[in-house]
Design a binder for this molecule. Structure first.
Ligand SMILES: *[C@@H]1O[C@H](CO)[C@@H](O)[C@H](O)[C@H]1NC(C)=O
Ligand SMILES: *[C@@H]1O[C@H](CO)[C@@H](O)[C@H](O)[C@H]1NC(C)=O
Ligand SMILES: *[C@@H]1O[C@H](CO)[C@@H](O)[C@H](O)[C@H]1NC(C)=O
Ligand SMILES: *[C@@H]1O[C@H](CO)[C@@H](O)[C@H](O)[C@H]1NC(C)=O
Ligand SMILES: *[C@@H]1O[C@H](CO)[C@@H](O)[C@H](O)[C@H]1NC(C)=O
Ligand SMILES: *[C@@H]1O[C@H](CO)[C@@H](O)[C@H](O)[C@H]1NC(C)=O
Ligand SMILES: *[C@@H]1O[C@H](CO)[C@@H](O)[C@H](O)[C@H]1NC(C)=O
Ligand SMILES: *[C@@H]1O[C@H](CO)[C@@H](O)[C@H](O)[C@H]1NC(C)=O
Ligand SMILES: *[C@@H]1O[C@H](CO)[C@@H](O)[C@H](O)[C@H]1NC(C)=O
Length: 891
């Protein structure tokens, strides 16, 4: 069994037939020249074998450990061996092919090769034996990444491939992400110039129906805005990205003998049997796919370590990626140290957005006698908020745990002041010691006051947005905006789902409950384990509705007020703490949560949510983002593509959030944005919930081999993790929420970047530009456009990407054609050349090839998306709704 065909070229021009092994030819222990050639035979079933090695860029081991193959006790995997041995194997037979996806590994290997080996590999690429598919730095996840990061990492890989091999990947290969996003299809697929995208993992119910209907292969139109102009051929595998059962051949596989043995003199001679197995498996698969062309994905995780063995030996078990979020701590010595005599603390704030921006800067300090001056020398308003005990204790614990040291002191205050920073520019603030200096007699700082109101309703918010709390229960009662008149009675609570420990008695109807993925066909073990499916790192499976164990009727609450911000501090229980901040100049609430360590001493895993409950009539509908870009309509207990049987009323309605979630009724919108990828849902009408922290006590049998129960230790004492993060809440009139979501979403994704030093104010001013912008000082990007990439490349040219932030119909004013003048962005420079490129900049936009498809049932009545015109001989870039345009500029 020799023939390997690597092409994922769905014109079917270079693929190969693979049935009937030279009529069961047999040998008797001497050299055989196998006929490995082949081609498409119309009218026959054509099995395309696609050898691949799925090499996670860091999973159970680090990327370094995977590359060199160290720490093999964790996982026997060495990508260096894969590449070394694949190249050897390809050279042995020009009919062999191999596809490789992860440039993070390939580039490492490449730079270590001799000039001769590099030359050889270039030939293998030229001849199509070695093909780069996907070609990003890694195979990114699709649930929990932001689209800008997806573009950046793909660009890094694609540019390497273009530079070294002058080759443009044509196939999307997202075989391992756990679910697939619309943005992947229309943006990281069609807009890269891919012909197709291929993946393994889809909802088990969806897969069953598609197999039945032969609709695993579809034309996917992922964008409401672009419709058929950004469609892509999409192929979901019938089972997984491994070969059919019995066709794994990794060198260290230890399953029953499945090698094809063609030496008649040997006991294991089995040519007939294996050929029959092959044909049976192929016809079985062809029965669920559309055409007489089927693909076998001949490989698996970190396979081909000894590539030759793939003709002989079995595969090994597989494992998958998990990512998890670490707490980030504020440990910020420069701002906390005493300022040397005569010097100031210099704070430079850089604004990566293309708009003017006003934001609160918040730094830990030790002194409340400070004066904050802006770059023009004006003293500006400052507010001090005493550091709360929860933060102080967290800081002590985590600096000890991660840095092995205790900070010398705990800062006493947060110092807050408002910074105004020009687009793509910076501003400088000087913080000086006012103690004992006559000129600073009048402090400009406001030491926040603690509100002692004990009765009735407490209203907070120095600006338009207000929240009211019950002083008796400590509970949020209402959010309203005095400017827009929007008023939403709202409750907020923290709850937890008990993690399912798995079913004590296996029940057939529960086999795959709660799974987005099925992995049948690997071994019996996994099927048995999935009967017991526990909640864990991969699987969210609650035992039932969420619990409120703590006394929600009485949440201790403290209120802190000041000119810039009001804060409400709430201790929901001993391990859930929250601070709600309403800023004078912001139309939203910023909510900081601190959760953990989650207690599991009762042997119950817990998955902690924040839930907001309103009286909004939302009719099962809510909206979540796709990779931070499009918002997709979600309908509870419903899938557009198949009649859903609801086995998991909670988990089955959860969606990944990267930007946020919102609901609306006929008057208002309630939106929540997140600062990290989280899960979110609306399990009852009028509700929004976010999954903020999880700790489980059982492994979910999906590959990590441990419970989601990480701990952090100081000396010998360990505890579960504590997470701290923010989410942002806004209420808007119906139709007005998009503006807040889009603008604030950019601010959350690209916060002000701060840099600190100690220097004499006059010296700093004399030697530095204190406030400036890199663009024309009278220019800023329109509010519906973001600059998402600005990068100087090695050859001195500049890569620029602009993204329109609105979908068609999302906002009356902003879902329109926008204009950007490149001359004003690169002011003071002469633009000699502007070339529009594909999304990953590996080809000119005008040269991108696109396949045309006849789509069954196509109404052909789609509206034409608005796209910007070509920028021939001009520097004016137009962007239609959701359009991303990529340029290479020379100066
Ligand atoms: C990996 O191997 C190194 C060297 O033997 C060892 O120091 C380290 O503890 C190992 N890491 C893990 C996670 O086992
Ligand atoms: C596929 O081949 C294996 C042996 O490798 C055999 O056990 C299995 O029944 C076959 N599957 C089908 C669907 O024919
Ligand atoms: C093909 O699928 C149909 C419908 O599911 C089934 O009845 C038939 O047995 C299948 N044929 C093969 C060869 O698997
Ligand atoms: C915290 O965040 C900063 C900036 O994003 C990062 O450099 C640092 O490594 C993070 N620290 C931890 C402990 O994750
Ligand atoms: C400010 O000056 C006072 C008096 O000299 C000193 O005690 C204090 O530590 C100084 N504060 C800072 C932040 O340097
Ligand atoms: C911190 O705790 C101490 C004693 O436990 C208390 O006196 C103090 O008021 C607390 N500080 C804050 C900001 O809550
Ligand atoms: C609370 O309000 C009630 C009725 O308005 C009043 O009688 C009572 O004195 C108030 N208590 C406090 C502590 O203000
Ligand atoms: C940005 O803000 C500055 C200062 O507030 C102002 O002078 C400038 O005109 C603003 N620029 C734009 C493009 O609005
Ligand atoms: C661009 O300018 C060049 C030289 O000025 C001219 O030859 C060319 O026709 C122009 N192209 C377009 C599309 O206007």
């Amino acid at each position: 069994m020799r023939q390997l065909f690597g092409r994922l070229d769905f014109s079917f021009s270079v693929c190969v037939v693979f049935l009937c092994l030279s009529l069961y030819g047999s040998v008797s222990g001497s050299y055989v020249k196998y006929n490995t050639g082949g081609g498409i035979v119309e009218g026959k079933l054509n099995v395309h074998l696609v050898p691949h090695s799925h090499d996670d860029v860091g999973w159970l081991k680090t990327i370094d450990q995977y590359y060199v193959g160290s720490n093999n006790s964790i996982q026997g995997a060495c990508v260096e061996n894969v590449l070394d041995s694949v190249v050897e194997s390809l050279l042995r037979d020009p009919n062999r092919k191999f596809v490789f996806a992860e440039m993070a590994f390939f580039t490492r290997w490449w730079v270590e090769q001799s000039v001769e080996t590099q030359e050889t590999v270039r030939k293998l690429v030229d001849s199509g034996q070695l093909e780069f598919i996907n070609g990003g730095w890694c195979m990114h996840d699709e649930a929990t990444c932001h689209y800008i990061d997806m573009i950046d990492q793909t660009t890094l890989g694609h540019r390497f491939i273009k530079e070294q091999f002058n080759y443009i990947p044509r196939a999307g290969w997202q075989i391992d992400p756990f679910g697939h996003s619309a943005v992947q299809a229309y943006l990281l697929g069609a807009e890269l110039g891919f012909d197709s995208v291929h993946f393994a993992r889809i909802d088990y119910q969806d897969r069953a129906k598609r197999k039945n209907e032969k609709s695993l292969e579809v034309i996917w139109r992922g964008s409401k805005t672009f419709g058929s102009s950004s469609q892509i051929f999409t192929n979901a595998f019938p089972v997984h990205y491994s070969p059919p059962s019995g066709f794994h051949f990794e060198v260290n596989g230890d399953y029953v003998p499945i090698q094809l043995q063609d030496n008649l003199l040997l006991y294991d001679y089995n040519v007939e049997k294996r050929v029959n197995d092959f044909i049976n498996n192929a016809t079985f698969q062809a029965n669920v796919t559309r055409t007489n062309h089927i693909m076998w994905t001949m490989g698996d995780d970190f396979q081909y370590q000894y590539a030759e063995s793939w003709f002989k030996q079995m595969d090994k078990f597989i494992h998958y990626v998990n990512k998890c979020q670490l707490l980030n701590i504020s440990y910020c010595p420069p701002t906390e140290e005493d300022t040397p005599e005569g010097k100031s603390l210099v704070v430079v704030a850089y604004n990566p957005l293309g708009w003017n921006r006003t934001d609160i800067i918040k730094i830990p300090v030790n002194d409340a006698n400070l004066v904050v001056q802006d770059s023009s020398g004006n003293t500006i308003e400052a507010q001090y908020v005493a550091l709360d005990n929860v933060t102080a204790n967290l800081r002590i614990f985590y600096t000890k745990a991660y840095l092995g040291q205790s900070s010398k002191q705990i800062p006493k205050y947060w110092l807050l002041f408002q910074a105004s920073v020009p687009p793509l520019g910076w501003n400088t603030y000087f913080i000086s010691n006012a103690s004992g200096k006559g000129i600073w007699e009048i402090r400009n700082g406001f030491l926040s006051t603690m509100d002692t109101t004990q009765n009735g309703t407490i209203e907070i918010g120095p600006g338009n947005l207000k929240m009211s709390f019950s002083s008796t229960s400590g509970q949020l009662k209402r959010i309203y905006n005095t400017k827009t008149g929007v008023d939403v009675p709202t409750q907020q609570s923290y709850l937890w789902y008990a993690s399912s420990p798995g079913d004590a008695v296996p029940q057939v109807c529960n086999i795959y409950a709660g799974l987005e993925v099925i992995m049948t066909g690997f071994s019996d073990t996994i099927v048995i384990l999935s009967l017991l499916q526990a909640s864990g790192a991969y699987i969210f499976r609650p035992s039932g509705p969420p619990n409120i164990q703590f006394d929600m009727l009485q949440v201790p609450l403290k209120v802190i007020r000041g000119p810039l911000v009001d804060e409400v501090l709430q201790q929901f229980n001993s391990w859930i703490y929250q601070v709600t901040r309403l800023y004078r100049d912001k139309e939203h609430a910023e909510v900081e949560f601190t959760i953990g360590p989650i207690p599991v001493d009762d042997s119950v895993g817990k998955e902690v949510i924040m839930r907001m409950t309103t009286n909004m009539v939302t009719n099962k509908v809510f909206y979540t983002d796709s990779n931070g870009r499009d918002f997709l309509e979600r309908i509870r207990d419903y899938r557009a593509d198949w009649p859903l049987s609801v086995n998991q009323p909670v988990a089955g309605n959860y969606y990944p959030l990267n930007l946020g979630i919102y609901t609306r009724d006929n008057k208002s919108e309630l939106s929540v944005l997140v600062d990290r990828a989280t899960g979110g849902a609306s399990i009852e009408d009028g509700e929004i919930e976010l999954m903020l922290h999880r700790r489980t006590i059982y492994d979910d049998s999906r590959g990590v081999g441990e419970a989601l129960d990480e701990s952090v230790c100081v000396d010998e004492s360990c505890e579960g993790l504590t997470v701290r993060g923010n989410y942002y809440v806004s209420i808007n009139q119906l139709g007005a929420g998009a503006r807040w979501r889009r603008t604030t979403g950019q601010e959350v994704y690209s916060p002000l970047l701060l840099a600190f030093t100690h220097e004499k104010l006059e010296d700093w001013k004399a030697s530095h530009l204190t406030k400036a912008t890199a663009i024309d000082p009278n220019y800023s990007l329109p509010l519906n456009v973001a600059l998402i990439t600005l990068q100087e490349l090695d050859d001195g040219s500049v890569l620029l990407r602009l993204a329109h932030l609105y979908e068609v119909g999302e906002d009356a004013e902003y879902s329109t054609l926008a204009n950007v003048d490149l001359k004003k962005i690169f002011t003071g420079k002469t633009i000699k050349e502007v070339k529009e490129m594909s999304l990953s900049t590996n080809q000119e936009k005008s040269e991108m090839k696109r396949m045309t498809w006849r789509v069954e049932g196509d109404s052909r009545k789609e509206p034409n998306p608005i796209r910007g015109g070509p920028i021939n001989n001009s520097t004016l870039v137009e962007l239609g709704p959701m359009e991303i345009r990529t340029f290479l500029l020379k100066f």
